[in-house]
Design a protein around this ligand. Sequence first.
Ligand code: NCD
Ligand code: ZN
Length: 346
Amino acid sequence: MSDHLTIRRPDDWHLHLRDGAMLAAVLPETARHFARAIVMPNLVPPVVTGAEAAAYRDRIRAALPAGMVFEPLMTLYLTEGTDPEDVAAAHASGLIKAVKLYPAGATTNSASGVTDFNKIAAVLERMAEIGLPLCTHGEVTDADVDIFDREAVFIDRVLDPLRRAHPGLKVVMEHITTAQAAEYVRSVDTGLGATITTHHLVINRNHILVGGIKPHYYCLPVAKREEHRLALVAAATSGDPRFFLGTDSAPHIDALKEHACGCAGCFTATNTMSILAEVFEAESALDRLEGFTSLNGPAFYGMPANEARLTLIKGPPFHYPSKIDSADGPVTVFDPGFPLHWQVDD
Ligand code: NCD
Ligand code: ZN
């Protein structure tokens, strides 16, 4: 096996860039390796209208350091009050590439999400007509559903009925964490894809809870049993074009992670490509890394793959910084718990 791997430049199909000081700190971490990213709209307040998405895109562009090239792919946060015509106009102008569905209360900054799915039927109908994908945070929020079951229950109670009610709608199951989700994606031939994060390919729930609680491994959906992690690794490394990278890199300052009520989110933008190379190499699937990070996502979204290339070089173990600084405070970089040999040539 060669010690060089050159692939088309990757994209991140699920990313949290935040705003203000945090945006300034984390944007270069993504732009260093990634050409484009689907930017999540869960700011406070959320990015709901086309006008808000345009303003957020301008702030992202303004925060990009000189000399870096990066294209933010904007999304709208779906609420029960979302206007189908505003969505259609934002899509027609090329501004937005997806709409994000958060069940109300499912995760960080999701209070404005959807409770009554009947109220979003007209928007979903319009999205199906114009070919605009719906990205779903696939967890139910019912208090009586165990947190480890919330994704599987979402498929049965929400996602499958929603897809049947809107057969033409393109849907991305975001950050899948279970064998059931991977199986559901495989059961559908067209119009359904799934993103898989870096960290869910690496950790299971023991990593969070055994030997003391590890807040930097806590994210939503929460990591599940080892058998589910193995199912995700199998899906990501299979070459199946329905699976593609969405890091869900979700920075929170350490003070809010290392807290009695710690925030959900793993920050993986910095070292994702090195970790993924390690994961794919362990599966003898390095030849499929490019599909997962650089080809399958654009194909699903109907965009060309990037022309620029990225090279990874294998050498002795090396170390990324354990934290990056922001003006709000330090942010811990995800620790995969194994040495990294593949360094991005940047
Ligand atoms: C995300 C965040 O912090 O915005 N957190 C997370 O654990 N993934 C929200 C999300 O994608 O669920
Ligand atoms: Zn996310």
